[in-house]
Write a protein that binds this ligand. Structure first.
Ligand SMILES: Cc1cc2nc3c(=O)[nH]c(=O)nc-3n(C[C@H](O)[C@H](O)[C@H](O)COP(=O)(O)O)c2cc1C
Length: 381
């Protein structure tokens, strides 16, 4: 394998190593995938100002997100089934993030459990919550995240009903994979993935099975998920979740100024401008195009973060310049994980960090905390 220089290189490697149904699960958006594509493409519409003869020594990318230190303004986004890109994927990604000094967010729909990730990390990680109708299960999940000393809770607001992703339906996606001829053939061509997967016992939804009522095995899980996500979730629920949690709260999935204002009223610590990586409402605007409007609406009242479409350190710099205190990457680290395990997640972070550092210098800045709209030449968003 040649040394990956870009996130696109990691994607190419991941495609070779990960069974098609799981690679496609990461590399997909809902319906036409128009919003998924727009998230990436719109970053190219933001142009940077080239500056010269500015001292560029002693540069720093260090910052804070919800008051917690980060070596650069990038966190790992919560991704379901991360442990199907690589065996024990969440534990590997969390360790890579910890060593790099950036936050890792564990999804409710992870393969490794909260306790698994806590057992291999020494610094706090963040936990993402999907709200289900079974409130006992949700209360218990919040308590488990507290017991594991998670230092922020991320409440996802944009997936109470699932956007249709054609690739997953066509592939018959499940975790663990079903033993059909179609799936067997996909697995047979990925022997290294299979060998790693046979060595771990973590192949189901670790936060759910054995903890939620009537879910003792995986065959009942898909119907349980479809039935259990609460379509009546409302702003009022944010209040009791905030109270039960009692720590830093991040609201994920804001793409509208009115919703951003309502989110700021809740007393949460941050919002994430996000369309779930183009996996929910296809036809929605890209995250980066909505960022300036949302920052103008609420930027002095709540910390604003962004995810969706970041594929380089330049993209992070542009988001910071347009007012994001922090950003998240989903697919870039999943591609790294699928390609090379923990080393691949580290490589993804290194690629993004290096690109951001050099870009910042060429824009005439030495400290990420001083990057603002003055580094932008023009936007065609
Ligand atoms: C494979 C995959 C699984 C995801 N699972 C979750 C999840 O369980 N919870 C959640 O809040 N967001 C989930 N997301 C959305 C991400 O947290 C994030 O919003 C998105 O990946 C950002 O876009 P990017 O992949 O272009 O960086 C998932 C995204 C992907 C690609």
């Amino acid at each position: 394998m040649s040394k990956p220089l870009t996130i696109a290189d990691l994607k190419t490697h991941a495609r070779r190593r990960v069974p098609k149904m799981f690679f496609d699960y990461a590399d997909s958006g809902s319906w036409t995938e128009g919003t998924y594509r727009a998230n990436e493409e719109d970053f190219a519409k933001v142009k940077l100002r080239q500056r010269v003869l500015v001292d560029m020594t002693n540069r720093s990318l260090a910052t804070t997100m919800v008051g917690q230190e980060a070596s650069m303004p990038v966190a790992l986004a919560p991704t379901g089934l991360c442990g199907m890109q690589h065996a024990d994927g969440e534990m590997l990604a969390a360790k890579a993030a910890e060593e790099f000094g950036v936050p890792f967010t564990l999804s409710t729909m992870s393969i490794c459990s909260i306790e698994d990730v806590a057992s291999v990390t020494s610094k706090p990680f963040w936990f993402q919550l999907y709200v289900m109708k079974d409130r006992d299960f949700i209360n218990n999940l919040i308590d488990r995240a507290k017991a594991a000393k998670c230092s922020a809770l991320m409440l996802t607001l944009d997936l109470q009903i699932l956007g249709q992703r054609h690739k997953d339906l066509r592939n018959g996606l499940s975790a663990p994979p079903k033993w059909t001829l179609h799936h067997g053939m996909q697995l047979a061509t990925k022997p290294f993935w299979c060998m790693d997967m046979l060595r771990t016992k973590r192949r189901g939804f670790g936060n759910i099975v054995g903890h939620a009522k009537n879910v003792s095995d995986l065959s009942s899980l898909s119907s349980w998920t479809a039935e259990q996500f609460d379509p009546q979730l409302s702003w009022k629920d944010v209040a009791w979740i905030k109270e039960r949690w009692g720590g830093k709260l991040i609201l994920k999935g804001i793409l509208d100024e009115e919703d951003a204002r309502a989110a700021a009223e809740t007393g949460a610590d941050a919002i994430i401008v996000s369309n779930h990586g183009g996996r929910q409402l296809d036809g929605a605007l890209s995250s980066i195009s909505m960022l300036p409007r949302i920052v103008d609406a609420v930027g002095d009242r709540i910390e604003v973060h962004l995810d969706g479409g970041i594929r380089s350190g330049q993209d992070v710099l542009k988001a910071v310049a347009l007012g994001a205190r922090g950003t998240y990457i989903g697919r870039p680290y999943l591609y790294g994980l699928g390609a090379m395990g923990k080393a691949g997640v580290t490589t993804a972070l290194e690629i993004i960090g290096k690109e951001m550092d050099v870009t910042m210098a060429l824009c005439g800045k030495r400290d990420i905390q001083t990057v603002d709209r003055s580094v932008i030449a023009e936007t065609r968003l």
